[in-house]
Design a protein around this ligand. Structure first.
Ligand code: 8OZ
Length: 377
């Protein structure tokens, strides 16, 4: 193995945490929380335990309130049952030698009335409906028309994040990733395609970043800066979102987050799950504008990851889909072994199939030895 490849498997100090390697499991929505309570369960604990080889696991996006939910069977962190469910997950990951942050999520306008408290309209910075579908009990459905949050309500949503951050401590997480990407509530405030407010939360970059920074500060009061990071998607159009000048808002935000000593920014480079060169953006400059660690994400292969670390364009690399189908992804990357293909049909919803039944290399070897044994007999 070349020394360039070794970097991916070398330890890293993230905030005040020691990570055993530079491979991050990206947050992945799987819609397998317990029906009715949205609490994580034993199957979810087993799934995360299997993937504890990652230097850091970022949990699937987890709603901070029922209002923050936009898809069926995604987990929450606002009830006692959810805290207890997540404790099973964190205990399993820690027992297997892993580290896990929870990704805190409010979907804003990307929701459906059937998921909202009292069947109400989803909330957003401005009453602009997203073109697209969400996933509800009966299947895909058009995203509902949102209503604009009042200025008084915004403080309440910030409090929901703070309460969720406290619950995350009770549930035994190692830290928090704030989900500010992919067209959800924080991103909706940041970008001018979705934020048409004329109060202190809209207009200038300072105003559009206000909500993100208030949420960050509320979480920092609970956790301290060594344990908090944020996920950003400067140019991604995912969930019908756009901004007229992404560099302006994201460089401002990076500067303000850097001043707060946040542990990391986790950046989706390009279009989420799509082209990395979707729109021009200087990620190297963004990294330089931020004092903490830079986690790179989106379409990284072993080769791209090794190259990004060797060229000092990132500190850590987050892998998404490869982690779905390869519980032992770190070992496979280390050995440059083939990866199991993933089955897109089992990404969202369902049970163990396509979730906890992907084999490790060792299991594959045992199975083929078993077959050979049977053939010889
Ligand atoms: C896929 C399906 C539903 C939600 C994201 C939380 O993109 C998500 C998500 C992805 O950040």
């Amino acid at each position: 193995m070349t020394s360039d490849a070794e970097l991916l498997f070398s330890p890293f100090r993230l905030g005040d945490l020691h990570l055993k390697n530079r491979v991050v499991m990206a947050p992945l929505t799987r819609n397998r929380a317990t029906r009715g309570t949205d609490a994580p369960n034993e199957l979810n604990a087993e799934y995360y335990r299997q993937r504890a080889c990652a230097g850091l696991i970022v949990s699937e996006a987890t709603q901070v309130s029922q209002q923050g939910q936009g898809y069926i069977w995604t987990p929450g962190i606002y009830s006692q049952a959810q805290v207890e469910g997540w404790k099973k997950v964190t205990d399993a990951v820690h027992a297997a030698g892993g580290r896990i942050f929870i990704q805190l999520w409010h979907v804003g306008r990307i929701s459906h009335v059937s998921l909202q408290p009292g069947g109400a309209a989803p909330v957003a910075p401005s009453a602009i409906r997203a073109h697209g579908k969400t996933f509800i009990e009966t299947g895909f459905a058009d995203i509902s028309e949102p209503r604009a949050l009042t200025i008084e309500e915004i403080g309440g949503v910030v409090n929901d994040y703070a309460a969720a951050a406290e619950n995350a401590q009770k549930a035994g997480f190692d830290g928090i990733e704030i989900h500010a990407a992919n067209g959800y509530l924080i991103d909706q405030f940041l970008k001018d395609g979705t934020n048409k407010r004329t109060d202190a939360y809209g207009g200038s970059v300072e105003n559009r970043a206000r909500f993100a920074l208030e949420v960050t500060d509320a979480i920092l009061r609970v956790w301290g800066r060594g344990r908090v990071g944020i996920r950003l998607a400067p140019v991604s159009p995912f969930n019908d979102i756009s901004d007229s000048d992404p560099a302006k808002i994201f460089f401002y935000l990076a500067d303000r987050l850097s001043a707060r000593g946040l542990a990391f920014i986790h950046v989706i480079e390009g279009a989420t799950g799509g082209p990395r060169d979707y729109a021009p953006f200087d990620y190297i400059a963004l990294r330089k504008a931020f004092a903490g660690a830079y986690i790179a994400n989106n379409g990284y292969t072993r080769e791209l990851a090794i190259e990004a670390l060797a060229e000092n364009r990132a500190d850590l690399i987050a892998f998404g889909k490869p982690f779905i189908s390869n519980p032992d992804l770190v070992e496979r990357l280390r050995l440059n072994a083939p990866l199991n293909p993933y089955d897109q049909a089992t990404f969202y919803g369902g049970g163990a199939k396509g979730y906890t039944d992907y084999p490790t290399l060792a299991q594959e070897a045992m199975e083929s030895a078993g077959r050979e044994g049977a053939g010889a007999g």
